[in-house]
Every structure is written in structure tokens, then in C-alpha cells.
Design a protein around this ligand. Structure first.
Ligand code: G6Q
Length: 541
């Protein structure tokens, strides 16, 4: 390994940044937010501009953050990841031991991909998908009555739901005629019922997405859906499609109309551009739109390799996040898209970021002595303005914000009312929020005072389309892994979700015992039995 594998706090630049953080740039000072600063503090790549003059930094901090990126070898590690280094492991301890190759899914446009084996696998799956979608379009594959499928239900959870769903919702303005996509993820029976009861199942395909083929929620919901098809007199085999790992318990062609594969080197939360997103998005938006998503993501993957943070929005966003979190001490970050299409993008980022970087040990299993991933949350603006922005402006917790906006809307329907269009109103609000958070406002009335100095960045692109959506997805994926490299943690495993799964299994076992009239082994597991009793879930003995 050529990169530095020490923690953030051991890098030579750490002390310098700590010192600078004691007296961060005052955004409220007269003339601080000068026109020159606003135009200079801007990084552009792959169709995105990142405006960061409203962060609490000056040139010496920017230089320090550049050194931070350099000294951590973040870009070298990113390149090694793309080439197929085994990045998903904890040295000296039992752990996953895998390559991390989600970028290979979109490296399909080059004759010399970074990892030819993984890209070849991706190409083969895409070819298979293309044929399947053509057969659906031509009517070669149709329902029992020879009608075209118009509905698609995606059953999956976590990485097999959030990213793909966020992408579909972002791009549903471009959905193909007579094609709609629906989602079931929660094991809550109401989730499945609400979707299934409103569909013409005869014209519905179901995509069951599970890399492991063993996830409780997904397998349960698959059975719920199969039962609904059987009850409607339909053969599930003619309607169900699988997206799973090769050799997983779900890899059974007898049960599915088609099976598509995802591979070990692609983690769930990074899998939206693999078959996990491809099959559903291909059905809903068309194959070409999906390829455009890949093209945009690939463009950003390449832009994220640049070493100069001033020319690399993903790397810049990563080090700005570290500046706010580790040096200025802000615990959370709000992602605030000014785009209704990005309704579920913050939810995807919550998973992608917090499951990746919510870690307490480094890549050798040693306790880290600095903060790792922040709490990520968000909602689309302007709705959020009428909800939680009060706290953002005047609360006692400073929340750095990442605004995301587009210069044009997706639909052509936009009226000029009182001299401005709705799109203009939207963008004006975005810019105003960033400025208000930064500059604040003096007022003799303490209740009307805005302290300012609340940092934010603005990410802007022309229009939310498949290409830009791919770029945005890849930008955040890169931000997250680059931060993980700088923190020297493994951003690719998720051991923290295991304990709850094991304990849920125990509660279910207890319920099964009671249901079947067996003896309660309360001596062995007193806490779980007591919790079931206290929750009023069990019948009286
Ligand atoms: C993501 C996680 C997790 C996973 C789900 C679904 O990185 O691994 O969210 O995607 O638990 O897993 P399956 O796809 O195996 O059903």
C-alpha cells in the first residue's frame, strides 16, 4: 500500500488545522462575503458547480484541507479501489475481505476499464437486461392474455431499495409511457398490502432484489406477493424476476422469469448502478436512460480522481465535511435538495453515509480517537423552510448544510406569477437560505437576531436528468469513501446492523414457541421474554 494508513489525528497537517479552527473565518464581518470570494470559491466538474464561499474558511484553511487530502492519500486509495484493491477488510481480525468495485458498473464506456473483470461482468448483465427489455417492448414477453406489463414492484430493503428508489423518484418525470414502478421494503404488512391491493396483478412484474437472498424482510414480502398472485389465479413464475448474488438461495431459475446478478464486490448501499437499480430503472425509464445514468456516474467517478480539491467537487465536499465535523465540531449535516424529484435522496444518503462511516475502529480494528461519520439528514426545500429551518437559523446546534439545486425544472409546465417562475422562486429561496445562514442579521430584539456563521455549500447543475442524477449519485458515493479513507476506517462493511438482527430472531423464536404451545425458556433469555411480556405481545401463560 502506498497510502498513509494512520488516523486523521496522526497526519502532519492535523495540528495546523486544529489551530486554524480556533479562529475560523467570520462570515458575518463587514465585507466578508465579497463578490470576489463568492466567485472564487467555486469548484466545477462533470456538470456540477460547488459553491463554498459560505463555509467558514479562508485560503489558509483551503490549503490545509488540500494537504489533508494529499497526506491521507485519499485519491490514491480511491484509484486503488477502482482498480480492485481489497479495501473492505479489517486487518488482523475476522472481517469481510472484498474488493470494492461499484465504479466498475459504469466504467463500461472505456476500452481500458480500471478493473476489466468486474466491468466485463457488468457488461454481460447489461446485455442480458437489454434483451429482456426489448422482449418486453416487442411483446415477446407478455402476460397470460398477451398484454404488456405496465407495473413493476421492486421488493428489497436497505441498499436493495433506498438508492434505486431515490433514483426512480428523481427521474419519474421521464418515465416511459404506460410504465409505473412501485416499492415494497418494510416487513410491516401494511407496506405490501397498500401497494399490492391497488395493482392489476395480471399486468405486474415483481423484481425481488436481494444480494444475499436471505434477508428476512425481502423474503417475507416476496412470499406475501407470491400469495397475492396465486390468489389472483396467476402463476408467480411468469411475473417474478430475481436480482441476486450468483449462487445465493434465491438463485433459482425455476422460480423466476429471469435472474440478474450482482456481485460480491458491490456493497448494497453502493449498488444502485448495478443490476439492483438497472432492472427496475430499465423497465420504468428505458434502457437508454439507465445507460445515461451510468455515463453521468462514470464522468463523476473520473472527476473524483483529481488531486486538486479546487477542481474536484467530491473531494472538496469530503474535506469540507471533515473541516466542519472534526475541526469545527459540528455533529450533523443536513442535505437539502431544492428539487422535489430528490425527495428520497437524503434517505439514500443517510444509509450510504451513516452505514459506511458510522464506525469506531480503524482498518486495523483499533479504536479511533477522532470523530468519524456525522449524522446525516434532510428534506427537500422549500418544504423544509416551513418546518425545521427555524433550528438551522436560530437553534443552539449549528448544522452545516449542503444545498442541492438545478437551474431548470424537469417539466415544461412552469408559470410566471408576479414576474417570476416557480423555478426562479425555488432557486431564489435556495440562495437566500445559504446567505442568511452565513451572514445572519443584527437586531436589537434578541428573538429576531440571526447569529450567522452557519456554514453551507451549494451544489448546482443545469437540470435533474438521468446524466446529472448519475453524476450526483457518484459524487456523494465518492465523497463518502474519500472521507472514510481520510478517517482510515472501513467504509464498506456494516457489522453494526448484525446484533439487532440476531436479537430479532430470538424474539421471533420465542413467539413461535408460544404459538406452538411449547415451554418458555425464560431462564435462558430472561430479558427478551420480559420485554415481550411488558410489551403486551404474548398471551397470558
Ligand atoms: C448495504 C447493506 C444493507 C443491504 C440490505 C439488503 O450496504 O448491506 O442495507 O443492502 O440488508 O440486503 P440484501 O440485498 O442481501 O437483501
Amino acid at each position: 500500500m502506498t497510502w498513509n494508513t494512520t488516523g486523521l489525528d496522526e497526519l502532519p497537517v492535523y495540528e495546523k488545522l486544529m489551530k486554524l479552527a480556533r479562529n475560523p473565518f467570520d462570515l458575518t464581518a463587514p465585507g466578508a462575503l465579497s463578490p470576489e470570494r463568492i466567485s472564487n470559491y467555486k469548484a466545477s466538474a462533470a456538470g456540477f458547480d460547488l459553491l463554498y464561499s459560505t463555509q467558514r474558511l479562508d485560503d489558509s484553511v483551503v490549503n490545509g484541507l488540500q494537504q489533508l487530502a494529499d497526506q491521507s492519500g485519499a485519491v490514491d486509495q480511491f484509484l486503488a479501489m477502482k482498480r480492485g484493491a481489497v479495501m473492505n477488510r479489517i486487518e488482523g481480525h475476522a472481517s469481510e475481505n472484498r474488493q470494492v468495485l461499484h465504479t466498475a458498473c459504469r466504467d463500461i464506456f472505456s476500452d481500458t476499464p480500471y478493473n476489466s473483470e468486474a466491468t466485463q461482468q457488468a457488461r454481460q448483465q447489461l446485455e442480458k437486461l437489454k434483451v429482456f427489455l426489448e422482449q418486453l417492448d416487442s411483446g415477446e414477453i407478455a402476460n397470460e392474455r398477451g398484454e404488456a406489463f405496465t407495473e413493476y414492484v421492486n421488493i428489497g430493503i436497505g441498499g436493495s431499495d433506498l438508492g434505486p428508489r431515490a433514483l426512480y423518484l428523481a427521474l419519474s418525470a421521464y418515465a416511459q409511457k404506460n410504465r409505473r414502478v412501485h416499492f415494497i421494503s418494510n416487513v410491516d404488512p401494511d407496506d405490501g398490502a397498500a401497494v399490492l391491493q391497488n395493482l392489476d396483478l395480471a399486468r405486474t412484474l415483481v423484481g425481488v432484489v436481494s444480494k444475499s437472498g436471505s434477508t428476512l424482510e425481502t423474503l417475507t414480502n416476496e412470499e406475501v406477493a407470491r400469495a397475492a398472485f396465486a390468489a389472483a389465479g396467476l402463476n408467480p413464475r411468469d411475473h417474478f424476476v430475481a436480482v441476486t448474488g450468483q449462487g445465493s438461495p434465491m438463485d433459482d431459475p425455476q422460480k423466476y422469469l429471469r435472474s440478474f446478478y450482482m456481485f460480491d464486490s458491490i456493497g448494497g448501499r453502493y449498488s444502485a448502478t448495478s443490476m439492483v437499480g438497472a432492472v427496475m430503472l430499465g423497465f420504468g425509464l428505458g434502457y437508454d436512460a439507465f445507460i445515461e445514468i451510468l455515463r453521468g456516474a462514470n464522468e463523476m467517478d473520473r472527476a473524483a480522481e483529481k488531486r486538486d480539491i479546487r477542481n474536484n467537487p467530491a473531494l472538496l465536499l469530503a474535506v469540507l465535511g471533515i473541516w466542519n465535523h472534526n475541526f469545527l465540531g459540528h455533529q450533523t449535516v443536513a442535505v437539502l435538495p431544492y428539487s422535489q424529484g430528490l425527495l428520497r435522496f437524503p434517505a439514500h444518503l443517510q444509509q450510504c453515509d451513516m452505514e459506511s462511516n458510522g464506525k469506531s475502529v480503524n482498518r486495523k480494528g483499533e479504536k479511533v480517537l477522532h470523530k468519524t461519520g456525522p449524522i446525516v439528514w434532510g428534506e427537500p426545500g422549500t418544504n423544509g423552510q416551513h418546518a425545521f429551518y427555524q433550528l438551522l437559523h436560530q437553534g443552539t446546534t449549528v448544522v452545516p448544510a449542503e444545498f442541492i439545486g438545478f437551474r431548470h425544472g424537469q417539466y415544461t409546465m412552469d408559470l410566471e406569477i408576479e414576474g417570476t417562475t416557480s423555478q426562479q422562486k425555488l432557486i431564489a429561496n435556495l440562495l437566500a437560505q445559504s446567505l442568511a445562514l452565513a451572514s445572519g442579521r443584527k437586531d436589537e430584539n434578541p428573538n429576531r437576531l440571526f447569529a450567522g456563521n452557519r456554514p453551507s455549500s451549494i451544489l448546482l447543475a443545469d437540470k435533474l436528468e438521468p446524466h446529472t442524477m448519475g453524476g450526483l449519485l457518484a459524487l456523494y458515493e465518492a465523497k463518502i469513501v474519500l472521507q472514510g479513507f481520510i478517517w482510515n476506517i472501513n467504509s464498506f462493511d456494516q457489522e453494526g446492523v448484525q446484533l439487532g438482527k440476531v436479537l430479532a430472531g430470538r424474539f421471533l423464536e420465542h413467539m413461535r414457541i408460544v404459538h406452538q404451545g411449547g415451554a418458555r425458556d425464560t431462564d435462558k433469555h430472561p430479558q427478551s421474554w420480559a420485554m415481550l411480556e411488558a410489551a403486551g405481545i404474548l398471551p397470558e401463560d
